[in-house]
Write a protein that binds this ligand. Structure first.
Ligand code: PGA
Length: 247
């Protein structure tokens, strides 16, 4: 990993957790000093304000691309900021699939998040059928390129990208460090066609069945700057071990 990119590990609780998990994470993470890295916990939005985060930061799992108004059930960036969120996951494959989020909607959300001063963690990644057809780079290239319809390369510079192959999410089947590195490098290549500094400076996380026992091998790849963690982010011991593998 390039010296100038600070390692990051973000936990995505998905629709899991409760008040007592908020408490145990607050205590366990505040107890640690995570120097030289960013640790983020992304619980369901209703729990954001219950964290008293000192040595870590909190993020949301989704947000509306709109400012406010008659949009029942949606949550705005300003609301997330009031609750203490600093990051927002955007375009997770489960949102793309369950809620028909398109590349264009994801790009609009990214634009709104950046405009609000929050930091998007932008998820991309191919389904198994796409990989089996050998079209993963074409697919991911399109997902990344679509961002530029709504934001400039300059605006994207503070953002984070997460490469999450859909076939590795929650399946226990991780991409090999080489497979992940290959796609991370490719994403930097796509970005470099817009701006070389963006390609070099942006943090790209790997997500998909990252566990304490495979994190180190993944995070030590030159273009992998940390991880987006699902299942293993629900257990304080596992999550902390994964964070430590990123330093
Ligand atoms: P997983 O989920 O670690 O449970 O595979 C990763 C994610 O969906 O962010």
């Amino acid at each position: 990993m390039t010296e100038k990119r600070t390692p990051m590990v973000a936990g995505n609780w998905k629709m899991n957790g409760d008040r007592s998990l908020v408490e145990s994470f607050t205590n366990a993470l505040n107890d640690k000093a995570f120097d030289r890295m960013d640790v983020i916990v992304c619980p369901p939005s209703v729990y954001l304000s219950m964290f008293n985060a000192e040595h870590f930061q909190i993020g949301a799992q989704d947000v509306s691309h709109l400012d406010n108004g008659a949009h029942t059930g949606d949550i705005s960036t300003e609301m997330l900021k009031e609750l203490g969120a600093r990051y927002v996951i955007v375009g997770h494959s489960e949102r793309r699939e369950d809620h028909n989020e398109t590349n264009l909607l994801v790009a609009k959300k990214v634009a709104r998040v950046i405009e609000s001063g929050l930091i998007p963690i932008i998820c991309v990644g191919e389904a198994l059928s796409v990989r089996e057809a050998g079209e993963e780079k074409l697919f991911i290239g399109e997902q990344v390129a679509a961002l530029f319809s709504e934001v400039t390369a300059d605006q994207l510079k503070q953002s984070v990208i997460a490469y999450e192959p859909v076939w590795a999410i929650g399946t226990g089947k991780t991409a090999s460090p080489e497979q992940a590195q290959d796609i991370h490098r490719f994403i930097r290549h796509v970005l470099s066609e817009h701006d070389a500094d963006l390609a070099d400076g942006i943090r790209i996380l790997y997500g998909g069945s990252v566990k304490a026992n495979n994190a180190q091998a993944l995070f030590s790849q030159p273009d992998i700057d940390g991880g987006l963690i699902g299942g293993a982010s629900l257990n304080t011991k596992d999550f902390i071990a994964i964070c430590q593998a990123a330093i």
